[in-house]
Design a protein around this ligand. Structure first.
Ligand SMILES: Nc1ncnc2c1ncn2[C@@H]1O[C@H](COP(=O)(O)OP(=O)(O)OP(=O)(O)O)[C@@H](O)[C@H]1O
Length: 202
């Protein structure tokens, strides 16, 4: 049986990490793009050398690790420099993901958790795209209550991503998460049953 490639996304605060954790508990191999983006610039990596080469030694801390604040300062509000950084990070993240996907046992369900899956045009890479969705007001409330953001910060983070309608339009499966966390977990369990059935039949 081949690998089933699942893309998981959702707007900030929608509940994507909660869904990813449940899918991992059910037996999926979950690969986190945010984690990959950090791994590819760890000390000693060729990715970190490429970033230092492009942005200068001031993006390295005294310990030789990436100084994220200094790098953020350099790319903030500068489309060209941000594009330059993405051109270093994104291919390495794709390789990181591809290597781990290739190493998964035969018949695995591999879930790639990618916040900007839709914005990055990655839908065609997946057999199934799962979008976790919640109303903007629900998400703002969670980000303020649980993540310590101000209302303005939460609104700005939401505005920086694709609008819900656009993300939802890319979904093969939409998980609505405006109710309780246990309702979400039940919906993920049902989705898992569906995915594994589909996979066994394929
Ligand atoms: N249905 C729910 N009811 C109440 N709280 C929830 C619910 N779903 C998720 N949460 C909580 O809301 C917060 C955001 O959820 P989660 O971290 O899963 O979102 P996310 O979409 O992964 O966000 P990000 O894009 O920032 O990683 C977490 O603290 C989580 O425990």
């Amino acid at each position: 049986m081949r690998t089933l490639h699942v893309g998981l996304t959702g707007g900030i605060g929608a509940g994507k990490s909660t869904v990813a954790a449940r899918l991992a508990a059910l037996g999926a191999l979950v690969l986190d793009a945010d984690l990959a983006a950090r791994a590819v610039v760890e000390p000693g990596t060729e990715g970190l050398a490429a970033v230092a080469e492009a942005f200068g030694p001031e993006v390295l801390g005294p310990d030789g690790a990436l100084d994220r604040a200094a790098l953020a300062e350099l790319v903030f509000g500068d489309e060209r420099r941000r594009g330059e950084l993405n051109a270093i990070i994104h291919p390495r993240v794709r390789t990181w993901m591809a290597e781990r996907t290739a190493a998964a046992p035969e018949g695995s369900v591999v879930v790639q958790d990618i916040p900007l899956l839709v914005e990055s045009g990655l839908k065609p890479l997946f057999d199934v795209v799962v979008v976790v969705d919640a109303r903007d007001e629900t998400r703002i409330d969670r980000l303020v209550r649980l993540r310590g953001m101000s209302r303005e910060q939460a609104e700005a983070r939401i505005a920086a991503q694709a609008p819900r309608e656009r993300r939802n339009a890319a979904a093969d499966h939409l998980l609505a998460n405006d109710g309780t966390e246990s309702e979400l977990v039940e919906a993920v369990d049902a989705l898992w049953r569906e995915l594994t059935e589909l996979h066994h039949r394929s």
